[in-house]
Unconditional design. Structure first.
Length: 64
């Protein structure tokens, strides 16, 4: 399975709003912990190590 990198969200603005709301009133440490839990939950949902490695490479490529 290939990682989908083209726009694919049903409602990207609604997702962004929900993500921001999820972080509301959290300090930096709590926000980082929430992000870590969210990554692990979504990784479990995806399940494919190949797809997850593609995603990690793509995300890493946008840093630095």
């Amino acid at each position: 399975m290939e990682l989908i990198t083209t726009p694919h969200l049903e409602s990207p603005d609604d997702f962004y709003e929900a993500l921001i709301e999820t972080h509301r009133d959290l300090d930096d440490a709590e926000s980082h912990a929430l992000n870590a839990r969210l990554v692990l939950l979504l990784a479990n949902h995806i399940g494919s190590l190949d797809v997850l490695q593609q995603a990690m490479q793509a995300a890493r490529g946008g840093v630095r």
